[in-house]
Design a protein. Structure first.
Lengths: 161, 635
């Protein structure tokens, strides 16, 4: 993680971490659940959040970032209002998931892992959503769209503000 | 223990009255796959139809029965009539079915896919099979999945009524050594993929010195293309939890963890419901069923790392560290989580235990073949007619699974990938291979956790090998060099081949590099990562050569090697493709064959799709690959 591009730390004050951290005892084994709690509450893990977690668990910031960046679940930039996940599991791949992924990148004008400038969508690739029998699938927020096509993408995206 | 028996008897009465009562029952599959196909909208439509017509019926939300190609799947049981199944139900169809069945007593046979009644003239005449005679279900043997799709996973009563928690009762009666002996006699091998005898692992852990012992349920189903564990956890969570009780009792563990992917929110929610029910019924906590055995279960959500399916990496992850494997020995059974003896069992292994303990080892041994006893679940996906979740005895041939159960492929069968990204790609000549640990190993593949991905002639094996290696490369934890650097090079070479820049010596390099990675890697990820390349090289060598020497992709998949063309004779000039083309590559006046400018085409596939599904012509746009001579360059 370099610099503070896309970081918006000022939005979250120290007190806001209280409720997230209160459930934990502060043991090192809690690191991943703590990070998951932070991401659930704020949508991503900011530099400031990492500092808080490091102090709370009494481990170095390096270690916090080392663990957080190891796992694909954690993101370090603010998410969009809606998340778009394109499944690139094997079953989706053989049924054209890669083509969908490229079409989404084109449609949204961003690469996987990024958020659109208007914060409307963020785009992620996922290894498998477990709906292989209905491949290829994409997920928008909590809804899974099965047997997707390039043409239907536009229509699905237009349903989100 | 008497209390549980009483609770079971009561649950059984309720369960029987559900089937034979005087209120209609509507069963709807609402597991993740059903929901993806639209089950929640169907549910709303059913509820509205009941409300609007003031009809009384019980709606039971069940898990996944495994017939994914028929999702959303809905059953209606009206008193006095056999229960009927309806597939691919839409909200409109659902309200029509509800109104017709409940108000007119007409089961709308034209919409039914199966029935649960006796074979009689009407059903036979209409060619509606009995549910378990459906071609996808008939060859199956359901031990692990016996309740999946039939009970409401959020009601412990449904589980109890179907012999639930009788396995743990039997385990307590046999004693811990008795349980281990029974599992040994049953011949159960770990269903996570490696096939190590379950009892052996248990015995080592049981005999290992340690104040505390741990049991971990490995639900980190990371193989892309596999969803057996998710379906079981969503459809019958108590079966897995009861298995955890049995395993923990056998090894003497007092604390259990379920390490589950965060991508499975519904499974996590259902496990949480089931765990609190266990507590209410005295099946967790201190002195379970007055046996003197104490056990607690905690759910740990994984954070997305394929390597965490490996035992030592999984333990590191629970301890709050980067999920990197450690060298063994010591094995986790001796020194695992927090340095204590730890057993890690796969979801399916645990889900099998209750049936084994309840019915005995010899009952379980009747399924399967010598050395490979019992059944195995598979997710059957890809280019196969009937996709879904299946369970068959070990030793069943690939042909039977793909053609009898899966209904074969629409286009010509080409290959099947077993064992996910760590497995191998087997060609047609292996169709009669029995699916058991040793036979698949001999063919250069592995059993793995049970993903079966079927490919037809529209799948490019070089592209597939690149896909799997790309996955392995991204998921490599980076600890050891052969895996970290080696997989990167494999990906680079395969990338070259699929973009028409392959070199003649690349095939040999893939081979030696693949073998080196296999030998030199620390954990299972690296040791198996080259399998997709090595097996495809072995069984599909000509296709690699075509990519390298002719820059030709016979399946017309590799984007750089294909071109989009309008066939003038077929094009009616309907302009649908012109309207969807993002780059303006297609032009032409209405009613005249269109022109596709290859230099502007970005191969996004939109025109192909719209021509196929929406246009008048239907097949005027083709994607094809052409052979090139040595001096012809790929654009």
């Amino acid at each position: 993680m370099t610099g503070r591009v896309g970081m918006d730390d000022s939005a979250v004050s120290y007190d806001e971490y209280g409720p997230v951290l209160a459930r934990f005892k502060g043991e090192q084994g809690d690191l991943i659940p703590v990070l998951q709690g932070v991401q659930r509450a704020f949508g991503y893990i900011s530099e400031e959040a990492m500092r808080h977690v490091s102090r709370f668990l009494r481990i170095s910031e390096n270690q916090v970032f080392g663990v957080a960046s190891f796992y694909s679940q954690f993101r370090f930039t603010p998410p969009g209002r809606h998340s778009v996940k394109v499944c690139l599991g094997t079953a989706c791949h053989v049924r054209g998931g890669q083509i969908l992924s490229r079409a989404l990148e084109r449609e949204l004008g961003i690469l996987p892992g990024q958020t659109t400038v208007d914060r409307r969508f963020d785009l992620q690739r996922v290894a498998c959503l477990g709906c292989c029998a209905l491949a290829p699938v994409i997920q928008t927020d909590d809804e899974i769209h099965s047997q997707m096509t390039v043409i239907r993408l536009k229509q699905v995206l237009s349903e989100y503000e | 223990m008497n209390k549980l028996r009483k609770q079971r008897e009561e649950a059984k009465k309720k369960w029987d009255s559900l089937a034979a009562g005087d209120v209609p029952v509507i069963y709807l599959g609402t597991a993740s796959c059903g929901r993806a196909a639209g089950a929640m909208k169907v549910l709303e439509s059913i509820q509205a139809a009941l409300r609007d017509n003031r009809l009384e019926a019980i709606i039971v939300q069940v898990g996944c029965v495994g017939l994914c190609y028929l999702e959303p799947l809905m059953d209606v049981a009206v008193p006095g009539h056999p229960r009927m199944s309806y597939g691919n139900v839409t909200p409109a169809k659902a309200s029509e079915i509800v109104e017709s069945c409940l108000m007119k007593g007409d089961p709308i046979l034209r919409l039914a896919v199966a029935h649960f009644g006796d074979e009689n003239g009407e059903f036979a005449k209409r060619k509606i099979p009995r549910f378990f005679d459906l071609p996808m279900l008939k060859p199956q043997v359901r031990v692990v999945l016996k309740n999946c799709g039939f009970i409401d996973p959020e009601q412990i009563g449904h589980y109890l009524a179907n012999d639930g928690y009788r396995g743990i009762e039997s385990a307590f009666a046999r004693g811990a050594d008795g349980v281990i002996a029974e599992v040994r006699d049953a011949g159960l091998r770990g269903r996570g993929g490696a096939g190590f005898p379950t009892f052996k692992k248990w015995e080592i852990c049981r005999n290992a010195p340690g104040r505390i012992k741990y049991l971990i349920c490995n639900a980190d189903e990371g193989d892309p293309g596999a969803f057996m564990n998710r379906s079981l956890l969503e459809g019958d969570p108590h079966a897995v939890l009861e298995g955890m009780l049995i395993a923990a009792y056998a090894i003497g563990a007092s604390q259990g963890y379920i390490y589950i992917r965060a991508e499975y929110p519904l499974a996590i929610a259902r496990l949480n419901v089931a765990i609190s029910q266990m507590r209410d019924y005295g099946l967790l906590g201190q002195n379970i069923l007055e046996s003197g055995f104490d056990f607690e279960i905690t759910i740990k959500e994984g954070a997305g790392a394929f390597v965490c399916g490996e035992e030592t990496a999984l333990i590191a992850s629970i301890e709050g560290e980067r999920g990197m494997p450690k060298s063994r020995p010591p094995f986790p059974a001796i020194a695992g989580l927090h340095g204590m003896p730890t057993i890690i069992n796969n979801v399916e292994t645990l889900g099998t235990l209750s049936s084994i303990l309840r019915n005995g080892a010899s009952w379980y041994r009747q399924f399967g073949v010598q050395g490979n006893h019992g059944t195995k679940t598979f997710s059957l996906v890809g280019k196969v007619r009937r996709t879904g979740l299946i369970e068959v005895p070990l030793g069943t041939t690939l042909r039977k699974i793909i053609f009898d159960i899966g209904g074969g492929t629409i286009k010509r069968f080409k290959a099947v990938q077993t064992g996910g990204p760590s497995g191998g790609c087997l060609s047609e000549e292996f169709l009669d291979t029995p699916v058991d640990y040793e036979s698949l190993g001999a063919a250069g593949s592995i059993m793995g956790s049970g993903g079966l991905i079927v490919m037809d002639e529209d799948t490019c094996v070089v592209d597939l090998a690149r896909y799997f290696l790309d996955f392995a490369q991204q998921e490599s934890c980076g600890k050891c060099t052969p895996c970290r650097v080696g997989t990167r090079h494999l990906v680079e070479i395969l990338q070259r081949m699929t973009t028409g820049r392959g070199l003649a010596e690349d095939l040999a390099t893939l081979q030696t590099l693949g073998e080196t990675i296999k030998r030199g890697s620390l954990c299972g990820l690296g040791q198996t990562a080259p399998n997709p390349v090595l097996t495809t090289l072995r069984y599909f060598r000509p296709e690699y050569l075509e990519h390298v020497t002719d820059k030709y992709c016979p399946a017309a998949v590799c984007t750089e090697l294909v071109e989009y063309r309008v066939i003038p004779d077929r094009c009616t000039g309907c302009q649908r493709c012109v309207s969807v083309c993002p780059t303006g590559a297609i032009t032409g006046p209405r009613a005249e064959p269109h022109n596709l400018d290859a230099s502007q085409c970005i191969k996004c596939r939109a025109c192909y799709e719209i021509c196929r599904f929406d246009a008048i012509a239907g097949d005027a746009i083709v994607i094809r690959s052409k052979r090139r001579t040595a001096d012809e360059q790929v654009l």
